[in-house]
Design a protein around this ligand. Structure first.
Ligand code: HEM
Length: 540
């Protein structure tokens, strides 16, 4: 077949070369032209072949945008892939097919399709794709990157049945409340200082991180003072910086595995290994697992019974999934990183978005504030018990998570075997992306989907919203931190609204523009505000 192709080309080129030999001085040029022409035509046939191959492969796959040879749709989704994918879906249908490099992907863009996929194919798509950096950093021993199997099920079970339970969460209420009071005191002092401007996301990230780190390993990582060691705070800042830089590195073999030699030639693996080693070392210094185990061994029975356990204590005494000994330190370290990375930015950016939308929609801010005032009064501060009496604030948080989900395309799932979804045949190792941004704007579910209107969620039942509002994902892999996030976010917001009136600094324009870093979509420009104390702020 290849030989025939070349023969055909030669006979096509012969008359052209005969034409040129008779012109003196152009002999060399003619020979060169032949070579270029041959190369050009071969390349053109190769590209044509690839398009034909793509077209044949696409038979009985869901519709989707045009995919380039080799790279597929890798570079055609723009800065906000979820918005581009929604546009494609409006033209092509609610289930899209893409090729990211050589990796097949399906994208779910509507609530009905999310329900179809989760109810019928959740188990098939319960795996995670392999990414070089998460493999090197976590060895797939954590929860997020771990594929479906005994080890993931075991960790997940500990999370849901022991750590994120109602009882355990309420036992950490004191710590959470202290962190929120620290935040309010900071804003109060700021409001009295000369530079009154509050960098909302920065403060919120500190609070969210401290709440999680106190629950997970009983240490504060921000703001010096009781329980916060300056060295640990510094170590954590370095971990964050290195993690952020490494995630931003584009690894071609994550999308075109046969090009892994390029990744090797670039020395990417070695660079990532060095970064991961430093992150592990710094985290080990913060956690001090050996020291912790030693201290616990020295406790007598009474001390052991009275000692308050954090998540790391629970993990240290948990048998490993294969029943041989307890969980190893590498696994514990990986789970701790999951909690810190998955829990802080998602919560703080959601609260920042809520504040931004409230500043844009003053009537909504007044109504939410009036609700909190009504329940709490002005003689005491907000308590967690108040949260269940704040349905309007709850609806505001839901509506902000609808229009501005903090993880707009969630985390990729992957299948291991061929399967049939909505009548289409999908190859093994197809990635599944829930386009949460598009699902939240599904016109068959939401009236005026582009409009910000919290009252659409007043009196809405959680079951009814299952596949229509899914900022935390859905199915087996749904975010285990959801109960904690829901309490934290409403609790912090109730305090912020109860204690302060909020405004923009003079001359500051409010925008609602996001940036997308591959997983989360925080506000592009940090929200800067002025807080004016109300009477309850003086109670802190
Ligand atoms: C507003 C807050 C949060 C949002 C919007 C959010 C969103 C998500 C999403 C979309 C997923 C992927 C679900 C899927 O694969 O379908 C996820 C997974 C996860 N989240 Fe969250 N999350 C939040 C807070 C938290 C918190 C506070 C924690 C823990 C402290 C946490 C821990 C995790 C973990 C461990 C996973 C992986 C679950 C698995 O793979 O089985 N998240 N989250």
């Amino acid at each position: 077949m290849g030989g025939q192709l070349m023969l055909g080309l030669e006979s096509f080129l012969e008359p052209i070369s005969r034409m040129t030999v008779s012109i003196p001085g152009l002999q060399q040029l003619a020979e060169n032209s032949n070579v270029f022409l041959t190369a050009f035509l071969t390349l053109a046939l190769l590209v044509l072949g690839m398009f034909l191959f793509e077209a044949i492969q696409r038979k009985n796959l869901p519709p989707g945008p045009f995919a380039w040879p080799i790279v597929g749709n890798l570079f055609s989704l723009g800065r906000y892939p979820y918005k581009t994918l929604r546009e494609f879906a409006l033209k092509n249908g609610e289930l899209l097919y893409l090729r990211m490099g050589s990796i097949p992907c399906i994208v779910v863009n509507s609530a009905a399709m999310a329900k179809e996929v989760v109810t019928k194919h959740d188990l098939q798509f319960a795996h995670r794709p392999t990414k070089l950096f998460s493999y090197i950093l976590l060895n797939h021993k954590d929860i997020i990157a771990n594929s479906y199997g005994p080890s993931w099920r075991h960790l997940r079970m500990i999370c849901t049945s022991q750590f994120f339970t109602k009882k355990r969460l309420s036992s950490y209420e004191v710590g959470r409340t202290q962190e929120i009071h620290t935040l309010i005191k900071f804003i109060l002092e700021k409001s009295r200082s000369e530079d009154r401007v509050v960098n909302v996301p920065f403060q919120l990230k500190n609070t969210a991180t401290n709440i999680i780190s106190r629950m997970v390993f009983n240490k504060r990582l921000f703001v010096e003072g009781e329980g916060c060691n300056a060295k640990d705070a510094e170590r954590y800042q370095e971990i964050l910086k290195m993690h952020f830089t490494s995630y931003a590195i584009f690894v071609i073999s994550d999308y075109i595995p046969c090009l892994s030699f390029i990744t090797r030639l670039q020395g990417t693996r070695e660079r990532m290994q060095n970064i991961a080693d430093t992150i592990h070392k710094k985290l080990d210094e913060i956690l001090d697992l050996e020291g912790r185990e030693q201290r616990r061994k020295n406790l007598n029975e009474e001390e052991e019974a009275n000692c308050e356990k954090d998540f790391v204590d629970l993990l240290l005494e948990t048998p490993s999934h294969d029943g041989v000994g307890t969980l190893d330190h590498v696994t514990i370290r990986a789970v701790v990183l999951d909690m810190l990375f998955a829990g802080a930015e998602t919560q703080s950016s959601t609260i920042e978005w809520v504040m931004a939308y409230l500043l844009r929609h003053r009537d909504v801010m007044q109504r939410a504030q009036a609700e909190v005032d009504n329940v709490v009064g002005s003689e005491r501060v907000v308590q967690e018990i108040d949260l269940e009496h704040l349905p309007y604030l709850d609806a505001v948080v839901k509506e902000v998570m609808r229009v501005q989900p903090s993880a707009p395309i969630g985390v990729n799932h992957e299948s291991r075997e061929e399967c049939r979804v909505a009548g289409y045949n999908l190859p093994a190792r197809t990635r599944l992306i829930f386009n949460i941004h598009a699902i939240h704007r599904d016109p068959s579910v939401y009236d005026r989907p582009k409009e910000f209107d919290p009252s659409r969620f007043l009196n809405a039942s959680s079951e009814g919203l299952q596949y229509q509002l899914m900022p935390f994902g859905a199915g087996r892999r749904i975010c285990p931190g959801m109960p904690l996030a829901n309490i934290n976010m409403t609790h912090i917001l109730a305090h912020l609204l109860h204690s302060f009136d909020w405004d923009l600094p003079d001359g500051e324009e409010l925008d609602l523009v996001e940036r997308f870093d591959g997983i989360t979509a925080p506000k592009l420009r940090p929200l800067m505000t002025i807080a004016k104390p109300r009477k309850p702020a003086l109670l802190y």
